[in-house]
Design a binder for this molecule. Structure first.
Ligand code: 2RA
Length: 329
């Protein structure tokens, strides 16, 4: 098994290496790939130094799997080149997510749709993954009519520069601005670029990707995505209208029994999901379950996950693990 990590020097790339090590992902050879300006850099993996190579050299080495987190333009140009030499590409960018010929995968939900023919697999957007993982089992049981979600997203979703801006502002220094405004002691209702309909690309990702992952255009989704000055993970307030009524105890049982989901729902004892506790964890944490008393068949939930983990690196590694376990590579 020859494994490539493309974008190995970025925030998500580093997280992918951490997850691979924690999961003891089996490979004989590891290729760490990045842009030309990073070629030659040394990166340590499990105590061994690896030298970063360029994309052209990596394709020529014909890896079995390439996990990409290198931005949309790199994925658009290079994912097909890897696929042509037989590599299974798992891409974290948005480049292939809404391509009708590519699958958008959360292994616990729709991993079974994968076949040997799928050579470029899209990893969903981090804010989508954590929401659909919690909603999927409830959709199975009650059917979903509509989802209203408001997110509270960590600056780590914007990359290292955004973390640096926040920390510089917090230290009273003059920051290198990544955002159009201050982020510390502030919130920005603006993630990615605004669209003609007034939504941002991030909001449209949540809307469109949810429908694709559920293979159900009838699910209505609306989203407001907000950047907040925190690390550790993304948080989401989700209001979901089911087709059928529900019992809260059954909802709790379903979620508690869902692989990859951890229920933290004991408000009396101040137990509820928080990004500070989700940091570096692979699971999705759900709490604050309560009936929406303003509308029948409707539930409020609070969903938190480390966006660099299940929102990106962990989900991508789990796709590779699924492919390996099911003879797809
Ligand atoms: C963000 N979900 O949080 C986007 C991309 N990582 O910025």
């Amino acid at each position: 098994m020859k494994l490539a990590v493309v974008g190995a020097t970025g925030l998500v790339g580093s997280e992918i290496l951490e997850v691979l090590a924690e999961h003891n992902f089996p490979f004989d050879e590891l290729l760490l790939v990045a842009s030309e300006r990073s070629v030659g850099k040394q990166i340590e993996y499990k105590g061994k130094a690896y030298t970063v190579i360029g994309l052209g050299d990596a394709v020529a080495m014909q890896p079995d799997v390439a996990i990409f987190s290198a931005g949309g333009s790199t994925s658009t140009e290079w994912a097909p080149k890897f696929a042509e030499v037989g590599t299974l590409v798992i891409d974290n960018s948005s480049a292939w997510r809404m391509d009708p010929t590519k699958k958008l995968v959360v292994p616990e939900i729709n991993g079974k749709e994968l076949t040997k023919e799928d050579k470029i697999i899209a990893n969903p957007n981090c804010s989508t993954i954590q929401m659909v993982l919690a909603l999927a089992p409830l959709r199975e049981r009650y059917g979903i009519k509509r989802v209203v979600v408001s997110t509270y997203q960590s600056v780590t979703g914007s990359g290292k520069g955004a973390v640096d801006q926040m920390m510089a502002e917090r230290a009273g220094e003059t920051p290198q601005m990544v955002y159009p405004h201050k982020i510390d002691m502030n919130v920005l209702p603006h993630i990615d670029v605004f669209q003609p309909n007034g939504y941002t690309k991030e909001e449209m990702k949540m809307i469109n990707e949810t429908k694709k992952i559920f293979s159900d255009e009838s699910v209505k989704v609306t989203a407001t995505t907000v950047r907040i000055p925190t690390m550790g993970g993304h948080s989401e307030a989700v209001n979901v209208e089911f087709k059928e009524d529900f019992e809260l105890d059954e909802v709790r049982k379903i979620l508690a029994e869902t692989p990859g989901v951890i229920l933290q729902d004991d408000p009396e004892n101040f137990i509820y999901p928080m990004p500070i506790n989700a940091h570096k964890k692979d699971e999705v944490f759900v709490g604050r379950l309560r009936r929406d008393e303003s509308q029948s068949n409707t539930l409020n939930m609070w969903i938190v996950a480390d966006n660099l983990r299940k929102g990106a690196a962990t989900n991508a590694v789990q796709i590779a693990e699924y492919a390996l376990a099911n003879g797809l590579i």
